[in-house]
Design a protein. Structure first.
Length: 446
């Protein structure tokens, strides 16, 4: 259940306890419009008078202060893990192999540290059957294709898509499709297929040509940027139902975010998103604290341009920003960063279930198989242990229900080097949200 985000003016007098309130309960921030507070419980946002902000800042009894100012509410999130959630999203590793030699690949250049292999049509069929096995009329499911490079096995990708479309029609449900590809093997026929089925197509691109080619060369070391763009451009012209986005993995070698964002949006991508490289298969190119500070400055610069464009009534699809605005407006609050190991699983080429696509072939994330379904005992342990209330230092962080504790794979492999970056980004997004809500409320009504 999501709390409805509210922006109201609260003003009370006569309360000023002596000590600073501990941070987990709220986060104070300001804009030109005044003082504001994010209540961590329920991700509720309020505008407050300055004397209220001063009292909250000085308080040594958070429960008393919150009750006094009418900011208390029943707990939206408790310690309980969801019990046996149904499977509603699968990503199929239809090809555990790749034609590129990306320097940082979490899948160890596509094969996940195993023998390169393709998913068979039989395994793909049984995976799709699992996805629809308990679905009810009116529900929505998600089918994603990943690798490796999924287009090295496009026949299975297409067959699984068509099977899912048939089962969705029969069951009165909606199925959404997505694929993440390096773009080097795209054909016009792929574009027509993706358009017909309304795919969300994500192209892995790491910035302008020089940076991209250094990070994502072919197996033989050849540059790939021009090849990718020549194959993507026809899809950009074709997209109507299909949406083609660029996903940029940010490393110390490609920190020119604004240049990258504008370049890809001007090329016709539906949206562009950035993600810092926190854990790589090789250990190369992982972001350090200083580099994350530089990235944060670049993200804020992109966000400020987003604000300017929205105020002018223009579209500027900086995906990190649009997602943040939507989540804040909905009052999103969550005990996990995503659905991994809950309603979402990655499927290996052999039909084994894993907590997500990044855990394929990793025993730490093994969750059953497509014939028996999720291992419920393993799933319950996973969801209990990965709950944000069980994570440190998450339990003491004001951003815990917006962040959810961070990507499971990254935190297991490397810990949490990006907490300051995440808090800095969310603090900026809160300020931007309030500014846009005041100046362009119609943006949130769309």
């Amino acid at each position: 259940m999501q709390a409805q985000t509210r922006l109201v003016q609260i003003h009370r007098n006569g309360f000023a306890p002596a000590e600073r309130l501990r941070p987990p309960a709220f986060h104070l921030f300001g804009t030109a419009a005044g003082s504001h507070v994010l209540m961590v419980n329920g991700s509720r946002i309020f505008s407050i008078a300055e004397d209220v902000a001063m009292a909250l800042r000085a308080s040594d009894d958070e429960d008393q202060a919150i009750r006094y100012f009418g900011l208390d509410a029943p707990a939206y999130i408790d310690d309980a893990a969801p019990l046996d959630p149904p499977v509603r999203s699968l990503s199929l590793a239809v090809a555990q192999k790749c034609n590129l030699a990306c320097t940082y690949c979490y899948a160890q250049q596509g094969d996940f540290g195993n023998v390169p292999k393709d998913m068979s049509t039989e395994v793909a069929d049984r995976s799709v059957d699992l996805l629809f096995s308990s679905v009810r009329s009116g529900e929505r499911v998600q089918l994603t294709f990943l690798g490796g490079e999924p287009l090295t096995n496009r026949g299975v990708l297409r067959r699984a898509t068509e099977r899912a479309a048939i089962l969705a029609a029969r069951s009165g449900t909606e199925v959404r499709f997505s694929v993440t590809t390096n773009g080097t093997l795209l054909t016009p026929e792929d574009g027509e297929f993706f358009e017909r089925h309304g795919f969300a197509v994500t192209i892995s691109l790491d910035g302008p040509a020089e940076a991209h080619d250094a990070l994502r060369p072919s197996k033989g070391g050849a540059p790939t940027f021009d090849r990718v763009m020549s194959r993507v451009l026809p899809l950009l012209r074709l997209q109507r139902r299909m949406q083609v986005s660029a996903r940029v993995t940010v490393t110390p070698l490609n920190l020119s975010l604004r240049e990258t964002l504008d370049g890809f949006l001007n090329a016709g991508f539906h949206s562009v998103g950035f993600s810092p490289l926190l854990s790589s298969g090789s250990g190369q190119a992982e972001m350090s604290g200083q580099e994350l500070e530089t990235m944060l400055a670049g993200m804020v610069a992109c966000g400020e341009e987003f604000e300017r464009r929205i105020l002018r009534g223009e579209r500027y699809s900086f995906l990190n920003m649009t997602n943040a605005m939507q989540q804040l407006h909905k009052g999103t609050h969550r005990p996990y960063p995503c659905g991994a190991g809950a309603g979402y699983f990655g499927v290996s080429a052999d039909g084994e279930l894993y907590a997500c696509h990044r855990f394929v072939e990793d025993p730490d994330g093994h969750m059953g198989d497509i014939d028996s379904g999720p291992d419920r005992a393993r799933q319950r342990t996973w969801l209990t242990e990965r709950h944000v209330h069980r994570q440190e230092p998450c339990r003491s962080c004001w951003a815990r229900y917006l962040c959810g504790g961070g990507c499971h794979h990254e935190t297991i492999r490397r810990g949490r080097p990006a907490c300051d970056y995440i808090r800095g980004w969310l603090d900026y997004c809160l300020r931007a949200y309030v500014r846009l809500l005041h100046a362009r409320p119609e943006y949130f009504a769309a």
